[in-house]
Design a protein around this ligand. Sequence first.
Ligand code: NAD
Ligand code: DAU
Length: 378
Amino acid sequence: MKRNIVITGGAGFIGSHVVRLFVNKYPDYKIINLDKLTYAGNLANLKDIEDKPNYKFVKMDICDFDAFYKLMQEEQIDGIIHLAAESHVDRSIKDPFTFARTNVMGTLSLLQAAKLYWESLPEKYEGKRFYHISTDEVYGALQMSNPEGIEPPFTTKASSGEHHLAYGKDFFYETTKYNPHSPYSASKASSDHFVRAFHDTYGMPTIVTNCSNNYGPYQFPEKLIPLFINNIRNRKPLPVYGKGENVRDWLYVVDHARAIDTIFHEGTIAETYNIGGFNEWKNIDIIKTVINTVDRLLGRPEGADLDLITYVTDRLGHDARYAIDSSKLQKELGWEPSLQFEEGIEKTVKWYLDNEEWLDNVTSGDYQSYYENMYKGR
Ligand code: NAD
Ligand code: DAU
């Protein structure tokens, strides 16, 4: 079946993996990557597929209602996978307005343009889909009921290793009440509400998914794992917030992209699905694993860079623990993570060390001027 799909934020970390998967897997689909190319957008993330005939890049701000409405009409868009967002919690603490603009108003603008276009068609919403990618942070923070960890009640491929303890008895379920704490998560929560409101009010065929922390290739090195890999290779201090005791639930980014593919095609309209791998880690344990992996791969003595760990002032409002229960997705749609965390971290560290040019371009800012010039004439 032929489809015309817009993927917003396709030049970012997760978006680039979703674009790659769809372009390679669905040659009959037209995949339009719509991205404003903020500091986090980098078309070098898609170099391997940029010349494929079913791929098109459009530089656009999701807040530009007129431009997006025109694109919907011209390209006869029947599916939207919406990832574009301001995504870094620390930036949201410094500049909440940008987060409200992009994450809330941008999402609303896409919804309204899609509504007007789809409602103008004879078949209206039939065969259409607005899929909104959200985060587990909207649920707030879970208690750490047992610092030593308890055995998880679930076993999946990604949770079968020795590290996979749960650090509390509660999990985020699809039914968990929203309780966002940071300006970032508040803006994402608001956008989720707008998406659901467009289903409930106008009957738009929407889906929302809430995923845990992603890691893997092409993540902007402001986020924990790539920032620390980059700093270790350059022997720079590793700023650990607070005591490093906060817990996050990590998923390899390609597994998130696979889940998005499954849910886009087989998910039930108006449903919410949590995505995660039952893979909780304390920050400090991840950091030590990353240090040991980088040192080993660079041929440095094991633990040589442990002294780079530098405890710094905690993030304001730092959420203690995130832990996703993804059993609904696993049971209803048969998705499960494909990688053990140890395997994923090894692949990830190796990727960054093998792609030093990408890291250097991103950290120096060179990637932006290069692609700015490349796309000027198009
Ligand atoms: P990212 O910051 O790496 O990429 C965001 C992309 O959106 C960039 O390419 C950027 O240029 C683009 N963008 C930003 N503002 C835009 C605008 N106004 N118009 C058009 N494009 C714009 O983000 P990511 O980590 O890949 O996250 C993608 C989505 O997944 C976000 O919605 C985020 O909330 C969600 N999410 C992320 C994680 C994670 O661990 N990274 C986990 C769960 C959910
Ligand atoms: O849970 C999903 C979310 O995961 C996504 O919605 C966000 O877009 C994504 O950025 C991520 O949010 P976090 O705040 O959890 O990710 P970050 O990589 O910024 O931080 C992970 C943990 O590491 C967190 O507890 C803060 C800590 N940290 C982070 C940085 C950047 C440090 O200790 N030092 C650091 O320098």
